[in-house]
Design a protein around this ligand. Sequence first.
Ligand code: HEM
Length: 334
Amino acid sequence: MQVCKVRPSLITRGAVALILSTLLLVQCRNTLQPSGIYGTYTHAKECMRAIRLAAYQNLAFSDGSLPNCLRMAFHDAATYRRSRDTGGANGSVLNEVAAGNYSAHAGLNICHDKVLDIVPRIRADACPELTYADAIAVLGAAAAEMAGFQSIPMLLGRPDNLTAFDDVDGFVGECFDSDAQIKFWAEAGMSDPTKAAVTLSSAHGVGTVRVSPVNNCKLGTGPMTPSSRTFDNHYYDVAANPSAYPRQRLLFSDRLLANGSATSGLFETYRTDQSAWAAAFTQQFQEMTMLGVQPSGGYGVNDGWCDGCGEYRGLAVRSSSLPGVFRGLPDLFP
Ligand code: HEM
């Protein structure tokens, strides 16, 4: 386990040293610690498989938890603020959702409750060290896979900061135009904010608006696209042709991406090229779920482990037929 140490000599140097040591601690806490948290890479990979399996056993479209957990991975990570080096993928979204007064997170209660149910059971069983931050990120990737997307290799080792309330002021909203969305992703720390904006919003292809409209940028509750249980690039068609899909609930922000001067070209590429979109989504999702977490151990943000990837795909998992530790978990797969 990696221990975050502050050198004593720094602490004795008054207020400046205190600030420095705090910064050191924060940086240390934000470092990816696969072997630090999980002991060995081998065990970390076992934990990865445990989360992916738990996703197949517990997430579903029928109760909304599958798309809700894809969304939660975004809301945990994209609270990173580059200019202040705060927030990011640290599990604090659970805290923020529970507080109930963060309008940006409205509608995330479904996954909140799922995560609080799933993680303690995995901890009691296969992986006592599992962090909520890792679980949230990998559940998001598994949710995409369960909706038919290609497997997304992921890294583990995000430390939790479960008492934090990350800064969600300025969190991207449904009224943001394409330039404002790009600005948001830049401050959130994405290396190519335009690509992030155009690529990542396609998760709305499997989304449902669950919370009543509060402004003119949401058309009401309901599925955002006509095939909202399949995660492919159909999002781009729906967003680019609103009159053809008058009953769908895609957001104003989605429609503005289709027409934005900096975004429309890439939007059209992804609309017409499924493979280009899938490769981009994979890479951007990996990067997003590492926001605020400094890679270490020779791993870069786009590297990942695929242990458990695709292993449970297409299976209506029966808890009695599962190997070892997961017997007894309820079979909620629809
Ligand atoms: C411009 C950026 C974005 C905006 C303005 C935005 C906004 C929203 C809003 C308002 C909802 C409906 C919430 C409700 O009423 O229940 C929603 C749902 C959703 N969002 Fe986003 N979002 C954005 C980007 C993303 C990203 C980057 C992801 C994931 C990678 C994502 C995944 C989802 C999913 C899957 C849902 C459906 C959740 C469910 O069915 O419960 N969104 N989003």
